[in-house]
Write a protein of this length. Structure first.
Length: 267
């Protein structure tokens, strides 16, 4: 955190330098008919990119800079004979900035944890009803592990092997109906059969290429107590997917794929 914040401070200094000493004013930047900046050189593009990126840092971290004092500090540093703040005072200022940044990070992390806990409870409140309703729908089967699945359209191709990589389209949701991943709804992605999450390999082995399926993974077959990304702890997940292809992962000559660590038996 400390190193990252210091880098941002340096970056903001670069941004301010560009702002005050790289050009006379914003009016000197050529613009197109819509008011957007026009670029003639690499330096133009670099300056704009730095300003855009580093201005975003300032907005994100709620930093308010007095550019009159910044310009004065810059001029005094160049002159080096009329510096108003001793090193000890500068260290205190920077330490306070660091403290503020750490406080904001702690507050953001606490909020994120509370939001994840709230989401986890919200999903847990709907899980039992979802599974009770889903398991009695026509064609739904439940495996020994507790995985539930429904064949929406039977595939006529091959069944994936454990060393295959799958090409598929999918939509992922929670038991409360909230969709959390539509990235591959229309654009296929590739996943390996092994190692994605505990119940995925079993699900893959139940499919055939060309088929469409709906899988309901209990939390212990999904991402369990830790969760992952937008998936909170102890959240069941629902996949509706189409298996487009399944091919063996091509390994370089002389290399072998190591099997993943054995998962504990689901409860």
């Amino acid at each position: 955190m400390k190193f990252k914040t210091l880098l941002q401070i340096i970056a903001l200094s670069l941004f301010a330098s560009l702002l005050f000493f790289g050009c006379d004013s914003k009016d000197s930047v050529p613009q197109d008919g819509s008011g957007k900046a026009k670029f003639s050189t690499f330096e133009d593009s670099l300056s704009y990119a730095l300003g855009l990126q580093l201005g975003s840092y300032a907005r994100r971290d709620s930093l308010k800079l007095n550019f009159a004092y910044y310009e004065k500090g810059y001029e005094d540093a160049m002159d080096s004979t009329n510096i108003a703040l001793p090193d000890s005072a500068i260290q205190k200022v920077m330490a306070k900035l660091q403290e503020q940044a750490q406080m904001r990070q702690m507050q953001n992390e606490e909020k994120a944890m509370k939001d994840r806990d709230a989401k986890s409870k919200e999903i847990a409140a709907t899980a039992n009803k979802f599974f009770d309703d889903f398991k009695v729908k026509p064609g739904v089967k439940t495996t020994k592990s507790g995985l539930m699945y429904q064949v929406i359209k039977a595939g006529s191709g091959a069944t994936p092997n454990v060393d295959d990589v799958l090409t598929l389209k999918f939509v992922a949701s929670f038991t409360n109906g909230e969709v959390f991943d539509t990235m591959a709804k229309n654009n296929p992605v590739q996943f390996p059969v092994r190692g994605l999450f505990p119940g995925w390999e079993e699900a893959a082995r139940l499919m055939k290429v060309g088929g469409k399926y709906k899988f309901a993974f209990p939390a212990n077959l999904a991402f369990g107590e830790k969760g992952s990304g937008p998936i909170p702890p102890n959240a069941p997940i629902i996949f509706e997917l189409e298996l487009i292809d399944s091919k063996k992962i091509e390994m370089p000559a002389g290399m072998q794929m190591q099997p993943p660590p054995q998962q504990g038996q689901p409860r």
